[in-house]
Ligand binder design. Structure first.
Ligand code: GTP
Ligand code: MG
Ligand code: ZN
Length: 314
């Protein structure tokens, strides 16, 4: 590899003690040198999969010295009482939110929370509805329509029946993508079909839950033969958006942001203010209740963490 001083690399995996970094054709396991930790700031861990990093030799040992400027970050609020930012991925083109039918059942609150974090991070998102083989009645059509009407791309898939894999491959091609969603929705199963030969571990949901572990333990970036790369992530149980000012949440629900321009008050929070266009749409059944419930729940949570929202200016 020649002289490694001043080399750049791309983080493929982060674990407690070291990073896996792709440098040219090689993947190296490297420690983080002190300076990376000095710049930690608001973050629980200062490096994310997808980060571009600078490598240096210090005392004869090659390590990661600095994280280069990021194009964007996909993050959440850390678990428990910790309100710091937890980086999930950096420098990505799209987050693909994977949800499923049956097991685990579709969770609009989870999908909506993740979509908010994507919008806040300025990252494009899409929704994959997996396990269509387990969908009941018109469940898939109804949920697809909610997200299509909001303006998201929606791809129904079944890893078991190998349906929708072509459309998903087309979406991932030549892009840096993240697969993200609850544990057991089928992220790794889908990726195994898109890139045969990866052989990612997948597991029965009941087994995974009983053991109290996720099947995928670490986020990892995989280059794709069709071009681009995908970051497979461990499933979440609860997703909490980080850093969103409560008064701005309404802008991260695209269909609400559009309607909100017609509210009487420009700062309308769509919580029963007079002449609220979102309320009017709800009354006519034109605004999905599931999305409205998600909005109220996340708004209350953000107000608790970041402080209450001033009453709407009248
Ligand atoms: N019926 C059905 N089962 C599926 C489908 N896709 C995946 N599964 C099953 O769901 C279970 C979980 O799949 P995984 O691919 O491990 O899920 P994951 O999202 O990667 O889970 P974590 O790594 O824990 O986040 C496995 O038993 C899969 O065989 C599908 O389309 N239909
Ligand atoms: Mg997995
Ligand atoms: Zn309103």
């Amino acid at each position: 590899m020649g002289e490694p001083e001043g080399l750049e690399g791309r983080v493929a995996r982060v674990d407690a003690r070291q990073l896996e970094v792709v440098v040219g054709e090689e993947t190296l396991a490297l420690p983080m040198l002190g300076r990376v930790f000095d710049n930690k700031g608001e973050d629980k861990v200062p490096v994310a999969v997808g980060d571009r990093v600078l490598l240096r030799k210090r005392d004869g040992e090659l390590g990661v010295e600095a994280v280069l400027e990021r194009r964007n970050v996909f993050a959440r609020r850390a678990a428990g009482q910790d309100s710091r930012r937890q980086l999930l991925a950096a420098n990505v083109d799209r987050v693909v939110v994977v949800a499923s039918f049956g097991n685990p059942p579709f969770s609009s609150i989870t999908v909506d929370r993740i979509l908010v974090a994507c919008s806040f991070g300025g990252i494009e998102s899409a929704v994959v509805l997996n396990k269509t083989d387990l969908a009941k009645g018109d469940e898939c059509a109804r949920i697809s329509s909610t997200y299509l009407r909001a303006g998201f791309k929606v791809i129904p898939t079944s890893a078991t029946r190998e349906e929708g894999i072509g459309a998903l491959t087309e979406l991932l091609k030549d892009c840096e993508s993240v697969l993200y969603g609850l544990s057991g929705v089928g992220k790794s199963s889908l990726l195994n079909l898109i890139q045969p030969g990866l052989g990612l571990k997948t597991r029965e949901v009941s087994e995974a839950l009983n053991s109290g572990r996720h099947t995928t333990a670490f986020a990892r970036r995989w280059p794709l033969d069709c071009g681009g790369a995908v970051i497979d992530t461990p499933g979440v149980r609860v997703f909490r958006p980080w850093g969103v000012p409560p008064s701005e949440l309404r802008l991260h629900f695209p269909e609400m942001a559009r309607l909100g321009r017609e509210c009487r008050y420009p700062a309308c929070l769509h919580r029963k203010e007079p002449a609220c266009a979102v309320e009017a749409a709800r009354e006519e059944g034109e605004f999905p209740e599931s999305r409205y419930r998600s909005y109220l729940e996340v708004l209350a949570e953000l107000e608790e963490v970041y402080g209450g929202t001033a009453p709407t200016e009248i």
